[in-house]
Design a binder for this molecule. Structure first.
Ligand code: TRP
Length: 324
């Protein structure tokens, strides 16, 4: 039997930044055939920060699904579903919340980040990792590809699985994270995310060009013949992730450090590399858009049948272990 790979995305935007490719999308695309792959739209999870802004949830869910498919995630291998359609997740959330100690939630690094972005400290936001643990454990997941910013949440899920098993008897697998890098924004600040900015899979050529040409570089370099810094320079960070021409990148870095290449050339080369990366994805997206929303809903409904079956089997084990 194949091990299960599971991951999800909050429905807080209708499209992904290309940064998410580095964080988790690439890891799942490469492994979809080798694992029993479950990918879900975390639509209830979106409420942890967007409870007062739900009008976009449906559109966001469809948009994320279209991006998955245009990147090559394939319903033949992947069980796609909406979190809101799997009620066993919320019932497990109640149980796991009883086993979670407040300090575990208080020290989660993601909470600080979200509060820093101005989101309110609700009971739901505090419990974000418990909901995530419920997502992971109800499907008996083995491997969870996420970005570095979610690493601590996967650890909480493992801790809760171990705790539950030791109190009530073995029900859960102990999930492991598969951690990808978090990529900075185009200004070199924070992370590039669905709602925090970046280059998006759905950006057209003119938009990509505009965004790259106004990216931040080395702030201390004033003239093209000043030696510049490559480390921490957003333009080179993106080159390293998206330019497959390694010789070109090495050459640009060398000349940049010597002060023999201007920002415009470095950015133009990055623009060309990213366009190359986006071209096939855009073509696939156009095909998917032409099929209409019902095509997406059908894929979700089919996946939801499978996900509900797995979730109810796990729930039966949970209730039996607890003697309910
Ligand atoms: N926390 C993830 C994010 O930052 C989304 C998510 C919710 C998730 N539940 C999950 C990821 C379970 C992996 C497994 O978007």
């Amino acid at each position: 039997m194949k091990e299960r790979l599971l991951t999800g995305d909050r429905a807080t935007g209708s499209t992904f930044p290309i940064a998410a490719y580095v964080g988790t999308l690439k890891n799942r695309i490469e492994r979809q055939e080798d694992y029993d792959t479950f990918i879900f739209i975390a639509d209830y999870h979106a409420l942890t920060t967007h409870f007062d802004n739900v009008s976009q949830i449906k559109e966001n869910s469809l948009g994320l699904m279209k991006t998955y498919l245009s990147l090559g995630l394939d319903p033949e291998y992947v069980t796609f579903y909406r979190q809101s359609r799997i009620p066993q997740i919320y019932r497990l959330h109640v149980i796991l919340s009883m086993l979670t100690k407040m300090p575990e939630l208080e020290r989660q690094p993601m909470l600080k980040e979200k509060l820093g972005l101005g989101y309110k400290l609700t009971y739901g936001l505090m419990g974000y990792p418990i909901l995530m643990a419920s997502d992971i454990l109800i499907m008996n997941s083995d491997l969870v590809p996420v970005g570095k910013d979610n690493e601590a949440n996967v650890e909480i899920a493992s801790d809760l699985a171990i705790r539950f098993n030791s109190i009530y008897g073995k029900v859960f697998n102990i999930p492991k994270g598969l951690i990808g890098d978090v990529v900075v924004g185009l200004d070199g600040q924070g992370k590039s995310g669905k709602s925090t900015g970046g280059i998006y899979f759905t950006d057209d050529t003119a938009t990509v060009k505009k965004k790259i040409m106004s990216m931040y570089t080395d702030p201390n370099r004033i003239h093209p013949n000043d030696p510049g810094k490559v480390e921490g320079n957003p333009v080179f960070i993106y080159h390293d992730y998206f330019n497959t021409n390694l010789e070109e990148v090495a050459d640009l870095k060398e000349r940049y450090q010597k002060g023999t290449v201007g920002d415009v050339e470095v950015k133009t080369k990055l623009f060309e590399a990213i366009e190359e990366f986006l071209k096939p994805i855009r073509a696939k997206r156009a095909e998917i858009d032409a099929k209409g929303d019902q095509f997406i809903i059908d894929i979700l409904e089919k996946g939801e049948k499978n996900a509900q079956k797995v979730a109810s089997e796990t729930e039966a084990k949970i209730l039996s272990a607890m003697g309910f």
